[in-house]
Design a protein around this ligand. Sequence first.
Ligand code: PAF
Length: 279
Amino acid sequence: MRIIHSIPEMQEWSSDERSSGNSIGFVPTMGALHQGHAELFAQSVSENRKTVVSIFVNTLQFNSVSDLESYPRQLEQDQVIAELQKVDVLFIPDKDEMYPDGFASSITAGPIAQHMEGLHRPGHFDGVATVVVKLLNAVNPNVAYFGLKDFQQLAVIRSVVRDLNIKCEIKAVPTVRNSSGLALSSRNSRLSPEQLEQAQIIHALLLEMAQMARIANTSSFALKDHFTDGMMSTSAARVEYVEVVDSHTLLPATTAQDGTTICVAVWFDDVRLIDNISI
Ligand code: PAF
């Protein structure tokens, strides 16, 4: 596995591969790799001649210094995981490479970024959109892979790629869960054993809500109550939002029915988890 730190070297590698007719699959990450990332890598490896994974903890998308500082970092372990998954290139630019002195341009994500995550994490998606476009320009992949756990992020990236005519297919990969249903996330490593246990209820409640919706097109209002009551009665978590949205436009829906997705965000102390289920 080759390790590349500079953007020009990454671009040169990619241009050589594409001139040789090799397709490039790309998985952008912020490191702290887990099985969820490994699934993205595996899909890219199976569908492309070459796979590039980037590791860059993007300062632009964090809303608080403490969240940025406490974000898990484990570069050596990440390299082992990427190597085992047969990744061809690990692209690890540092902050000066991505945002050198004088860096001043950024992308404003559209209305799709304004609610849910965007409402609670102002500027987050502008930071995500800016870094993803920079990474796509550095790697120039044919296909880029993103996990469905970050449902709104995926929608934002699709709209940015479409609006800016970036020639790259965006593929969604299903959320990977542990044996009790908790969506894998780099942030899970910051949960205590007790919180880890309590966090299982998130997926269990989402499944119940999807079932309720399938049986009776339940109102969004009733579903929100179901989730909040369920979380409060079984865990010490604080619910930040529960939203039922149209799966394509992400606009709020009054009832949960075919074509809608229920998205939630909860806090366990200072650890924030998100998850979703599509009806
Ligand atoms: O999903 C993530 O890990 C990040 O938001 C991404 C897409 C790598 C951009 O920093």
